[in-house]
Ligand binder design. Structure first.
Ligand code: 3PG
Length: 210
């Protein structure tokens, strides 16, 4: 049975937003994140290597929960599903993408940045949404404001989060988990410094308790 999007929030307080330039990096990177306790992995489709990276992680590392980020179209959603993605994350929301994901049973974390977009996603049955781009779209004050009319909606803020400000976001009752690219810096991937990736993952996991 397909997982519910809210289940993506349980394993950790941070979902890494991963950009893979070289497909060879996919498995060591995913292994390094897993070693640090990070199990939910969002691999973006913004590079040509993204889909193949998802395919390899899904095939070789069943303990990871790998999904596709930057899903911008029905075709993206279908390609992600075919590659073995267990979920999809979109930077914005259209009913067309929502419908396609439901048809192929691909759990979707839809992106929103305004109350109207929250309403559109809610109308299609979504109650756990990515707030993107979080910092640029109003950050913590915006999330507090959204809690007024939308107390029943959970958010995953992404975009502009850092190890320093993530704790504040995570302290909000309507923030169930957050997303960020800081767990997989390109320079660290290029250096093959997988131990550093594991350290970043551990530090991110520790944000839950502290
Ligand atoms: C995303 O695609 O969700 C963001 O680009 C991640 O944003 P960040 O790089 O500021 O973490």
């Amino acid at each position: 049975m397909a997982l519910k999007p809210i289940e993506l929030a349980a394993p950790g307080p941070v979902i890494p937003v991963i950009v893979i330039q070289r497909v060879e990096d996919a498995l060591p990177l995913a292994e390094a994140l897993l070693a640090g306790g990070v199990r939910v992995l969002e691999v973006t489709l913004r590079t040509p290597a993204g889909l193949e990276a998802i395919r390899r992680i899904a095939r070789e590392l069943p303990e990871a929960l790998v999904g596709a980020g930057t899903v911008r179209s029905v075709a993206d959603a279908q390609a992600a599903r075919e590659a073995g993605a267990r979920f999809a994350v979109s930077p914005g929301y259209t009913s067309e993408i929502g419908r396609a994901c439901r048809q192929i049973e691909l759990p979707l974390l839809p992106g929103v940045a305004t109350p109207s977009e929250v309403l559109a996603a809610m109308a299609d049955g979504y109650d756990f949404l990515k707030f993107f781009p979080a910092a640029a779209a109003g950050g913590i004050p915006m999330l507090k404001a959204l809690a007024g009319p939308f107390p029943d909606i959970g958010f995953c803020p992404t975009g502009g989060l850092t190890p320093e400000n993530a704790r504040q976001y995570l302290s909000l009752p309507n923030v169930k988990v957050c997303g960020g690219s800081w767990l997989s810096p390109q320079a660290t991937i290029d250096a093959g410094d997988w131990a550093q990736i594991t350290r970043l993952a551990r530090a991110a996991q520790a944000l839950r308790e502290s």
